[in-house]
Structures are given as structure tokens and as C-alpha cells.
Ligand binder design. Structure first.
Ligand code: GLU
Length: 499
């Protein structure tokens, strides 16, 4: 195998639904390796199983990849008007458009006596399978059609009998190296004479994947470990087609596990990338979290940008044991990414989520301008795990009618008069700060100076009347966001209630 060949990786999903997080992990590893080596990341669509296709799935797959920050170099893509397009010299990149290519190689295998026609009915195959099951034998085609004569074959085809083409597994042992799981050897006698061409004229996955990876000059195949048992079949096909020296490297990835260390399944709630996007996780966080379910950076670092993941990616860091899908960890990672965002970036990403909130929809116009929301974000930023949390804990920012329970605004055992005086004192301090000087530092500095060592007496009632809540960020931050006028209004409103 020539190690100097260009690094070309492909993500080859079947368009049967949303991009699953396992799929994103595969695509990311493909992408990291390609980017790191200035190679190409290719998107190929494997739609040979026509019964399982889902309308619009290809578009959504591309959108999910793009959302994750993956740039497609070659193959299927969307243009800026969201139309499906295809670029690159090795197309078509959708398998259903490559049927004549597969037919050519199936014919080659037939001509070289490395494949054969099979006319067995599904009833016969069912019976065979059942009897093998009863005899506790592995299910395997019994080669009933292997020795049909040319005449018999022609007759059957002319008579319109349905047929498939099977690969004739040679005798021997098949050995290959997986980059994660090491050397694997399988006795050919346990490998089934797999179907390579179905009765509808479509190739099976096994044939199509080999032909395409070869013709598209793929250097590395990343895929889930569930494909490891199929790999010997693929190796045999490479050999039969004379492509053995151009074989890609195989990199199988361990399953993603749930908290019980079992394979994560759809039954356990959201596993699609789109679900996580809708829940308000930043793409960077999802990418960081999912990427490290497959490999270990071997350092203390836990928060990675896409570029850092690319720089640090190495197949030798990939794990044989599956990573555990731990939502608490995702939340933590997500929080770190949000902390690192600029306010402008956070605003742009969080606004669509905020707009969906009922409390926001009914909020007065002065709570909806960009500068105001950015202040809210500044205050909330370090506590957010997801964009959907913006404003949730601090709805008092988005209404001018807060409810105050007078019972809740007294500091410890303060009397009504003491609370009232404390509020008057705060009011005076805030009145003395001009609009131009209304900065967080000024508000905090002036109020703290006024409070001296009696912080609770001054700040507790103030915070309570500005928010109407038992818990919230500091009164300085709240007054700063609300602005001078609203802050003083809220204080005065509470004072009237104390009378
Ligand atoms: N179409 C297969 C899938 O969706 C791809 C497997 C492979 O990468 O070879 O899992």
C-alpha cells in the first residue's frame, strides 16, 4: 500500500433519516484526518436500498454536517440556495446514479468465474435458513446455483426468472489490518457467498462500497464497528477485482455507549444532531463532545475548537472501548463554549431561541432591542448551558410588571421602616449616577461604598424589588441591564407598597 497517496476520506450515509450522533462522529473523524493532511473530505450518498429512502434526508444530512462546521470538499453538497449539487472528478456521488458502473464490475466477476447467477426463490432461502438454524449451523447459502450450465442460465433468464448475482467466496483465509482493532483473520469457509447484485439490478452495499471507494481513490474508511464483520467480504472483493494494492485503510470505531455501558440507541431519547441543535446546544459544543467519544487527546485539555481537534487528531489516539454518552458532560462542555463566545456571536445564535419564548413574545418593545438583549446576555453568559436557557431564569428582564411580595424583601429581621429607608438610600445612590456613567463598575462601586459593612441591609431589598425573585444575579448587574429609569421606577413602586 502506497502511504504517500493523497488523504481522501468519505462519509457515506444512507439517506434514511436524520444525521445520528454516531454518523456525526464518523464524519468528524473523516474530516479531521482530511483537514489535518490537506486532503479531501467527500460526501457520498449510499442509496442502494431504495425501500429505506426518506424524502429530503440528503438535504438534511448536508445541513446537519454544515451546522457542525464540516466543509464538504467533494461529492454531494448544497449550494447557497439550498439546491443539491455535486462537485468533483469522481462522480456521480450518489450510488443510484452509478448502476452502469457496478454492472460492469459484476460482469467482470461473472466472466472471470468469481461470481455466479442465483435463481433461488426467497421461499427456498427461507427454508434453508430455518433448517440451518435448527441444525445450529451459521446461515449460509448452499451454492445450489453454483454449477448451473450456461444454457440453463440463459433459459432461466429468457423465461423471465428473477435472479441475483452472488460472489463466489474462494477457499483460504482472509486477513486484514484494522487501524483500531488490529490484525483480523477469518476462515473463508464461514463467509457467505454474498449477493453483490440484487434482482432489481441494484448492487448491494458490499459491492457498491468497494467499487466506489476504489474508484473515488479513498485512502481511509472510518465507520462504525458494526461493519467490521463485513470487512472480510470487502477484502475478498478487492482481491477478486485485482485492486488489492490500492485498498484503503480500515478504521472501525467502537460503539457509543449509554450510561449502562450498552450501545446507545434511539429509544434513549434524542440521538439526532438536529435534536441537539433544537435543544439549543452550540455546534462547537456538540462537535467537541462527539469527537471525544471516539478518541482521547491524552492530555488534560477538555475544551477544543474545531481547529484544535483537527490539529490533535491522530488515528493512534482512537479507542477500542466505546465512549460513554453522558449528557451532564455535554452540558458542561457546552457551558464552557458559551463562556468563550463573544456577545455578538452569542446574540446572533441565541436570538432565534429567545424569539420562540412566550415570555419574550409578550415582552414590551424596550426589552427587545439589540443593546438591551446583549446586556442580558452579558449577565447570563457564564451560567448558560444552552441557548434555550436565555432569559428563562430571569424573566423580570422581559416585563415591566414584576410582582413583588413585600414579605420577601426584608433583610433578616429588618422592620418595614428599615427596609423602606434602605430602598430610599439605594434610590439616592442610583439617582446620583448619570445616564452616561451608568456602567456596571460605577453601579457596583457606588452601591458597595454606600453599604459599607452592611451589605445585606442595602443590597438584599434592592435585589428583591428589582426582580421580584428570591434568586437572581446581583443587584448591580440587574440595575445595569434595566437602566436607570426602570431601576428607579421599580424601587419607587416597592416603596409605595411599603406604606
Ligand atoms: N452506508 C453505510 C452506512 O450508512 C456506510 C458504511 C461505510 O461507511 O462503509 O452506515
Amino acid at each position: 500500500m502506497n502511504d504517500k497517496r493523497e488523504i481522501r476520506t468519505r462519509f457515506a450515509p444512507s439517506p434514511t433519516g436524520e444525521l445520528h450522533i454516531g454518523g456525526l462522529r464518523t464524519a468528524l473523524n473523516d474530516y479531521f484526518l482530511a483537514r489535518k493532511n490537506k486532503g479531501k473530505f467527500i460526501l457520498r450518498i449510499e442509496d442502494t436500498d431504495q425501500k429505506r429512502l426518506v424524502e429530503g434526508a440528503v438535504e438534511r444530512l448536508v445541513q446537519s454536517l454544515k451546522w457542525g462546521g464540516i466543509r464538504i470538499d467533494e461529492g454531494i453538497n448544497l449550494d447557497n440556495k439550498n439546491n443539491l449539487i455535486e462537485t468533483g472528478d469522481y462522480g456521480p456521488y450518489t450510488q443510484s446514479k452509478r448502476l452502469t458502473i457496478y454492472k460492469k464490475y459484476v460482469q467482470q466477476l461473472l466472466d472471470e468465474d468469481k461470481a455466479y447467477y442465483c435463481f433461488c426463490s426467497s421461499e427456498r432461502l427461507d427454508k434453508l435458513r430455518k433448517s440451518q438454524q435448527q441444525a445450529k449451523q451459521p446461515p449460509k447459502y448452499d451454492r445450489c446455483c453454483l454449477d448451473l450450465s450456461k444454457e440453463e442460465i440463459h433459459q432461466k433468464i429468457d423465461a423471465g426468472e428473477k435472479y441475483v448475482v452472488r460472489f463466489k467466496v474462494p477457499e483460504g483465509i482472509t486477513t486484514f489490518k484494522d487501524e483500531v482493532f488490529g490484525k483480523i483473520s477469518v476462515k473463508n469457509e464461514i463467509i457467505d457467498d454474498q449477493i453483490i447484485m440484487k434482482s432489481d439490478g441494484f448492487p448491494t452495499y458490499h459491492l457498491a462500497v468497494v467499487v466506489d471507494d476504489y474508484l473515488m481513490k479513498i485512502s481511509h474508511i472510518f465507520r462504525g464497528v458494526e461493519w467490521l464483520p463485513s470487512t472480510p467480504k470487502h477484502i475478498l472483493l478487492y482481491q477478486a477485482l485485482g485492486w488489492e494494492r490500492k485498498m484503503p485503510k480500515f478504521v472501525h470505531m467502537a460503539n457509543i455507549l449509554n450510561a449502562n455501558k450498552k450501545k446507545l440507541s434511539k429509544r434513549e431519547g434524542s440521538v439526532s444532531v438536529e435534536d441537539f441543535r433544537k435543544q439549543g446546544y452550540p455546534a462547537e459544543a456538540i462537535v467537541n463532545f462527539i469527537a471525544l467519544l471516539g478518541w482521547n487527546p491524552k492530555t488534560e485539555q477538555e475544551i477544543f475548537s474545531m481547529q484544535e481537534l483537527i490539529d490533535q487528531f491522530d488515528i493512534s489516539k482512537m479507542n477500542r472501548a466505546g465512549g460513554v454518552f453522558d449528557l451532564k458532560r455535554l452540558d458542561w462542555i457546552s457551558m464552557q463554549h458559551i463562556k468563550k463566545m463573544s456577545i455578538d456571536d452569542l446574540y446572533e445564535k441565541a436570538l432565534p431561541f429567545l424569539r420562540e419564548k412566550d415570555f419574550y413574545k409578550i415582552a414590551p418593545a424596550d426589552c427587545k432591542n439589540e443593546a438591551y438583549i446583549k446586556k442580558v446576555l452579558f449577565v447570563e453568559k457564564d451560567r448558560l448551558e444552552k441557548f434555550t436557557q436565555v432569559g428563562e431564569e430571569n424573566k423580570f428582564f422581559f416585563t415591566n410588571n414584576i410582582e413583588i411580595d413585600i414579605e420577601d424583601i426584608h433583610w433578616k429581621n429588618s422592620s418595614i421602616t428599615e427596609t423602606k429607608n434602605s430602598l430610599l438610600q439605594s434610590e439616592k445612590v442610583l439617582e446620583n449616577i448619570t445616564e452616561d456613567d451608568w456602567t456596571l463598575e460605577n453601579i457596583e462601586g457606588k452601591l458597595l461604598a454606600e453599604a459599607g459593612d452592611k451589605r445585606g441591609d442595602l443590597l438584599f431589598p434592592l435585589r428583591a424589588v428589582l426582580t421580584g425573585e428570591k434568586k437572581s444575579p446581583s443587584p448591580f448587574e440587574i440595575a445595569w441591564v434595566l437602566g436607570k429609569e426602570k431601576s428607579i421606577e421599580r424601587i419607587q413602586f416597592a416603596i409605595t407598597k411599603l406604606k
